[in-house]
Design a protein around this ligand. Structure first.
Ligand code: NDP
Length: 286
């Protein structure tokens, strides 16, 4: 049976460490603050925003919430972001995605000042992730790296397969594994013979968005399996992108859903906000 990589426990440990760091920063007169913007009333987004606010409260970060109506225009949203860019009490800014269809997501991402872009979606930060000299790491891939470390496996020289190539998960995930000297394969919807690729993986990351898509027989015995997927298949039932019951019999370590990657994402957001507070404080002093 595989070891369970319990993101919930690891994230609590990280948040406890961050709580101490926030207290130390406050003694130096640095007060981290996170502005979270939500446009519209998507129920999943509302849950994510609420959890982010709770995490801020837990670690002692000031949280500023902007719950805007669905009818908000792109101009109004960008005006708010520009105001927050200039606000010294705001260290980090996050606009919960997806935004309503009448708003251009890319324009919103580009409007956030790179030094406050705690999601690390701005092209400046994406570029920095490519070169390996980055301030902020996208929260989900960063959380995955923490869980891989938790498994005790050294990424160096390992076959790493990432299924999914989105800008927010798959691509940055692959880069982080590459920076840690993994041999990385990125798979997507046009990949020929996916199972042949996944069966080769010492570290398999599934970020597909299809419930239980990765079957047990697609996993190499002894692999570390990281399931990023969050799929609601019934009002109170969440499953990942990996068929958990079959996979845990084959893998050496696996993340559960829920309680795996999800809580890690929020812990990493808190970490990025602290980093932003430090960076921006140094800038103000210069
Ligand atoms: P996207 O829909 O943006 O990307 C999905 C990726 O999966 C695409 O690259 C797509 O390929 C690939 N894909 C789709 N079908 C197949 C297939 N049949 N075979 C191989 N690859 C396929 O999703 P995200 O990256 O945003 O999210 C992925 C999952 O992770 C979702 O379940 C989401 O809810 C979850 N998630 C969880 C987070 C957390 O905190 N735990 C945070 C963010 C996301 P192609 O590019 O060719 O279309």
């Amino acid at each position: 049976m595989a070891i369970l990589l319990k993101g919930k426990e690891v994230s609590t440990r990280i948040k406890d460490e961050l709580k101490n760091e926030v207290a130390a920063l406050k003694e130096k007169g640095i007060h981290p603050g996170l502005a979270v913007i939500l446009v519209g009333e998507d129920p999943a987004s509302q849950v994510y925003v609420r959890n982010k606010k709770l995490a801020c409260e837990y670690v002692g970060i000031n949280s500023f919430e902007y719950l805007l109506p669905e009818s908000t225009t792109q101009e109004e949203l960008i005006e708010l972001i520009e105001k927050l860019n200039k606000d010294d009490t705001v260290s980090g800014i996050l606009c919960q995605l997806p935004v309503p269809k009448h708003i251009d997501e890319e324009a919103v991402i580009n409007a956030i000042a790179p030094n406050k872009d705690v999601d690390a979606f701005h092209p400046v930060n994406v570029g920095k992730i490519m070169t390996g000299n980055f301030d902020f790491v996208p929260c989900t891939p960063a959380g995955v790296m923490e869980l891989i470390d938790e498994s005790g496996i050294d990424v160096k020289g390992k076959e790493c397969v990432v299924v999914g190539r989105s800008n927010i998960v798959g691509k940055p995930m692959a880069m982080l594994l590459l920076h840690r000297h993994g041999t990385v394969t990125i798979c997507h919807s046009r990949t020929a013979d996916l199972a042949e690729k996944t069966k080769n993986a010492d570290i398999l990351v599934a970020a597909v968005g299809i419930p239980e898509f990765i079957k047990g027989d697609m996993i190499k015995p002894g692999a570390v399996v990281i399931d990023v997927g969050i799929n609601r298949i019934a009002p109170k039932k969440l499953v990942g992108d990996v068929e958990f019951e079959a996979a845990e019999k084959v893998a050496a370590a696996i993340t559960p859903v829920p309680g795996g990657v999800g809580p890690m994402t929020i812990a990493m957001l808190m970490k990025n906000t602290l980093k932003a507070a430090e960076i921006n404080h140094t800038k103000q002093e210069q």
